[in-house]
Structures are given as structure tokens and as C-alpha cells.
Design a protein around this ligand. Structure first.
Ligand SMILES: O=P(O)(O)OC[C@H]1O[C@H](O[C@H]2O[C@H](CO)[C@@H](O)[C@H](O)[C@H]2O)[C@H](O)[C@@H](O)[C@@H]1O
Length: 391
């Protein structure tokens, strides 16, 4: 990619050390219970004088471990013939049905949704993991099906479509493999969008660039100055967690994922303690919970919601009534996008979940299979509209 300008300045809020509050861990916690801290300050860290001195019991009692457990629906182990199991499944189904009164199925509500799309242009925003691909144990194996790829390609033929993922932009592109889309990686901190003159005026730190096909695009990386710091933290986290079986640390350019899905539950507190202890030396980085993953990211005023606003603006839909944005996602980070749509009273957030969850979304879909059905309905509806000479 040829950068025509390298003038990129970050959009920063005050460098507040929010990592403690976001994790819900009191600052007095989190020294290693098993060994002395191997954390040493790097070039981009503060001195390690803020090393904490807590215990595993403290971590358990402040609710943080509960947040880790609740971060993804548990796998169901079916015990044949167990009446307790059957009763608990009955309860779950009933509970889910009650929840769906508040978050109706986007499939059942399809007519209502497209009714609002009359004379408007739909802009489609899609999360990747858990939305286009099923959640699997190994993040490197979270592949989307060919039928999902074909469906997303068709969606992009009719509507401007963007993928907004926690993964790095390159990694999510390698998985999706569609050049017809816009991509925002690192939870929206690395965006490739359409070229727009008005946008450049509002966001002086945008860079005009070209993609690998030579097409002009806009590159926006509001956390660019954090690159060396995030890289340093990635290497430290790999080192510091290497003795915990099952931990996987991913470098997503502007953020780092520390996965504990494959770690013995007894060791989850240790994973959290080590992440937190490293962050003690980086007050400009924080950590948030994803699905069996701790996400380390810069403390900046930017998230998936801001990325949606940015992309809408770059598509020329700033403050426009002529657009109906639809955002489909399954995770906590997608809530920022649902919130933006809810608060600006335009478009719909659709939560992908097979269990009850509080959300800022309006509708729900159970899993990636239902996401595909919904996208196919949308494509078929648009084809019919065109056939009948509408839009
Ligand atoms: O914003 P997303 O596209 O949804 O990315 C969020 C995280 O997704 C990946 O982790 C999740 O999916 C994995 C594969 O199914 C699963 O093993 C893991 O437990 C989930 O947390 C990705 O690996 C992370 O880096 C993303 O931040």
C-alpha cells in the first residue's frame, strides 16, 4: 500500500489509568501468588514501581472471576437420560423465549425492518467472530463457510458493507477474502474506507492511500502512536504467560488478545493477574472482557461505535435520513456500535446470541446460521425491489 501522506496524529483522551476499573480489580490486588513478578518495564512503559500485592482470593471476591466465567456461553454437556438436564434445558428455552420478547428475532421481524428501508439506502456493518464464523477453540481456525462468503459478497453488491472486527485488519481480511468490502480492524482503530473530501476536512489525520488493486481509499488509524507500545506489551504478555497451558496471545496491531478459553478454569485468575500486572506499567493501555479473552487496548476515545460513525460519514451519510445502518454483532465491543445507532435513532443493532444478554441492540439472531439467513433475505428483498423498478 502506497501512503501518499504520512501525516497521522492520534485522537487521544487523557491518559487515565482505567485498566483497574475496567477489569473490576482493585489496585491493591494482583501480585503473583506463585512466583515473583517477572514483569520488567520496557522502553514504552512506566517504571514498575506500581507493582501490586494482592491474592487470588481477593480476585475471586471482587467479582472479576465471575466476569471471566460469564464472558461466553458454556458448552453444553448432555447427560443422556438425566431428568435434571432436561428440566434445566426446558428452563433455558423458556428463559430465552421471554428474553426474545425484548429482542425479537430479526428473521421474524424482517418485514418490519425492510419497511423502514423503503426509500433509504441500507449500510451494512458486520462483526466477524461469532457473527460470520462460529466460535471455535482455536482463533486461527475461525473460518467462515463458503456459503457465508457468497452471501456476504451478494450483500456487498447491493449495499455498502463493512467488517468491523477486534482482529487486525490484515487477519480479518485473510479470513473474509472479499475485496468488495470496507474493513475496520483492531476494534475499529484501523479503518480502510472510501475516499471522501468532506471526511478529510473533519478528520485531518486521515491518509489517502491505495489498496492492493490500486483503488483509492482512506486510511484512518487513530491509535497510530501506540504501535510500538502495543508491540512491546504483546511480547511481554507472550513471555509472562508461556508457562500457563492453553493461553494464546494474539497481536492485533493496535490491541492484544489474551485468550483463556483453553486454560484450566483453576488458572483463570492467574491469567488475569498477569495481564493486570503487566498493565500496571502501562497507564495508557487498558483491558476489557471479550468472549473468554482479555483485550488489551489503548486508552483512546475510539471504539466500534465511532468506527461506524466514521464509515457512515465517509460514505456521505453524515446526519442523513436517507440511510438505514444495520449492525450485526455478538460481543461486548459491538455494544458501542449498537449504542450509537440506538442513541442517534437510526438503523438497527442486531445481537447474535443463543442466551439471554442485556444489550443495546433492537433485534436478535441465534447464531451465524441465522445471520446468513437474514442476509440472504435482505439480498432477495433487494433483488425483488429492483425487479419492480424500485431504487
Ligand atoms: O470483533 P470480533 O471480530 O468478534 O473479534 C473478537 C475476538 O474474536 C476472536 O476471539 C473469539 O473467537 C475465537 C474463535 O472463535 C474464540 O476462540 C475466542 O474465544 C473468542 O474470544 C479473536 O481471536 C480475538 O482476537 C478477537 O478480539
Amino acid at each position: 500500500m502506497d501512503l501518499k501522506s504520512s501525516h497521522v496524529s492520534p485522537v487521544l483522551t487523557d491518559p487515565v489509568p482505567v485498566n483497574k476499573s475496567r477489569l473490576g480489580i482493585h489496585s491493591s490486588l494482583l501480585a503473583y501468588s506463585q512466583q515473583d513478578s517477572p514483569v520488567s518495564p520496557g522502553k514504552y512503559s512506566r517504571s514498575n514501581s506500581r507493582k501490586s500485592t494482592g491474592s487470588v482470593d481477593d480476585v475471586r471476591s471482587n467479582g472479576w472471576l465471575d466476569a471471566m466465567k460469564a464472558s461466553s456461553p458454556p458448552r453444553k454437556k448432555l447427560l443422556k437420560g438425566s431428568s435434571f438436564q432436561i428440566a434445566s434445558i426446558d428452563f433455558e428455552i423458556e428463559d430465552y423465549c421471554t428474553w426474545m420478547l425484548e429482542y425479537p428475532s430479526a428473521l421474524d421481524s424482517f418485514e418490519k425492518i425492510v419497511d423502514l428501508a423503503q426509500n433509504k439506502k441500507i449500510a451494512m456493518f458486520l462483526d466477524y467472530d461469532g457473527t460470520l464464523s462460529p466460535i471455535v477453540d482455536d482463533p486461527d481456525c475461525a473460518f467462515m463457510s463458503e456459503s457465508m462468503r457468497t452471501t456476504v459478497r451478494s450483500v456487498a453488491t447491493y449495499f455498502p458493507t463493512a467488517i468491523i472486527s477486534g482482529r487486525s485488519r490484515d487477519k480479518v481480511f485473510d479470513l473474509v477474502k472479499l475485496t468488495e468490502l470496507y474493513y475496520a480492524g483492531s476494534h475499529g482503530m484501523d479503518i480502510i474506507g472510501p475516499v471522501s473530501e468532506t471526511l478529510s476536512k473533519n478528520h485531518p489525520n486521515c491518509v489517502k492511500s491505495t489498496d492492493h488493486e490500486g483503488k483509492e481509499i482512506t486510511l484512518f488509524q487513530p491509535a497510530r502512536e501506540f504501535l510500538p507500545m502495543v508491540d512491546e506489551v504483546f511480547r511481554t504478555l507472550v513471555e509472562i504467560t508461556k508457562d500457563i497451558e492453553g493461553v494464546k496471545v494474539e497481536n492485533h496491531k493496535f490491541c492484544v488478545s489474551v485468550h483463556y478459553r483453553n486454560v484450566e478454569e483453576n488458572n483463570w485468575t492467574i491469567v488475569g493477574q498477569r495481564v493486570h500486572d503487566v498493565l500496571q506499567n502501562y497507564p495508557r493501555l487498558c483491558s476489557t472482557h471479550g468472549r473468554k479473552v482479555l483485550e488489551v487496548r489503548p486508552v483512546i476515545d475510539w471504539n466500534k461505535g465511532k468506527a461506524v460513525e466514521f464509515l457512515l460519514e465517509s460514505l456521505g451519510f453524515n446526519d442523513s435520513d436517507g440511510v438505514l445502518p444495520i449492525y450485526i454483532g455478538d460481543d461486548k465491543t459491538d455494544e458501542d456500535a449498537f449504542k450509537v445507532l440506538r442513541e442517534s435513532n437510526r438503523g438497527y443493532g442486531i445481537l447474535v446470541s443463543s442466551v439471554r444478554k442485556e444489550s443495546n441492540a433492537c433485534y436478535s439472531l441465534r447464531d451465524p446460521n441465522e445471520v446468513m439467513k437474514f442476509l440472504q433475505l435482505l439480498v432477495n428483498w433487494k433483488r425483488q425491489e429492483r425487479k419492480h423498478g424500485k431504487m
